[in-house]
Write a new protein. Structure first.
Length: 270
């Protein structure tokens, strides 16, 4: 909702060390050089780049969106590209085959550069989506092993699918490099389109939903997790119309993560 310069300034004011860059028209039009300059200006690292949330990109539509994200990551020296799972129920379906082709192209771009792809666990917006090829965590991990992918764990997505956070984390830990941290609250409406869920119920601030995030954050600290923790929060949950309030809310989230992880952090042996 904000221009990149504003988003990075607010993130720095809230106490963030880094940001996850989501591919968008501003990056497509201006290129990656201004992105690097903004990050340096505000003292922020960029450890992850997310494929665009639009249905299209300069590299194409659908699965092809991972390609321009990978190209930007290579240009910026970013180690992780976050991308979404195929929207298919069988691996021999056309959508899954297009996804595999895009994956091959992205991995070819990244080969030898230090940039790797991290597959994100999908959410479930209706009961049909639980039947996807990697909707189960076991299938997601198997896919990552087969195609040599890292993993991104989205807590809200896990909540929509009814997946236990700690169980999922334990299964994904071997390849986990990024966490999308947010809460999930139920909507008590008889019917509403998925967009309403995404805006008003999904990706809420920790403590404003039904997910028990504190034990999960503590587990990350206890395990000495060294990957990224990304605050993927709905623009409505951030009160985007008030930058001052958005900074205040983001600051509370930073404190929640740092304090929760520090309490359970492993102690060095004497």
């Amino acid at each position: 909702m904000y221009p990149l310069a504003t988003a990075m300034r607010l993130a720095a004011e809230a106490g963030f060390d880094a940001v996850e860059l989501v591919m968008c028209p501003e990056v497509w039009l201006r290129g990656t050089v201004p992105v690097r300059g903004l990050a340096e200006r505000y003292g922020l690292a960029i450890p992850t780049i997310h494929q665009t949330l639009f249905s299209f990109s300069p590299s194409g539509r659908g699965a092809a969106r991972v390609i321009d994200a990978t190209r930007a990551a290579v240009e910026l020296g970013v180690p992780t590209v976050v991308f979404h799972a195929p929207g298919a129920k069988r691996w021999d379906a056309p959508a899954a085959q297009r996804w595999l082709q895009a994956l091959d192209a992205a991995q070819e771009l990244a080969a030898g550069t230090g940039t790797r792809l991290a597959l994100e666990n999908p959410g479930a917006y209706d009961h049909h989506e639980t039947l996807g090829v990697v909707s189960r965590i076991a299938d997601l991990v198997a896919c990552a092993r087969r195609y040599d992918l890292d993993l991104t764990f989205d807590t809200c997505h896990a909540g929509t699918a009814g997946i236990d956070l700690l169980d999922a984390y334990a299964a994904m830990r071997e390849r986990l490099v990024n966490v999308h941290l947010s809460d999930l609250r139920p909507l008590r409406l008889p019917w509403h389109p998925p967009l309403v869920d995404i805006v008003w119920a999904h990706h809420q601030l920790p403590g404003y939903g039904r997910l028990d995030l504190a034990p999960f954050v503590a587990r990350l600290g206890a395990d000495g997790y060294r990957g990224s923790v990304t605050a993927e929060i709905s623009f409505m949950a951030l009160a985007f119309w008030s930058p001052r309030e958005a900074v205040r809310r983001l600051g509370k989230l930073v404190a929640f993560v740092r304090e929760g992880a520090a309490v359970a952090a492993p102690r060095s042996e004497m």
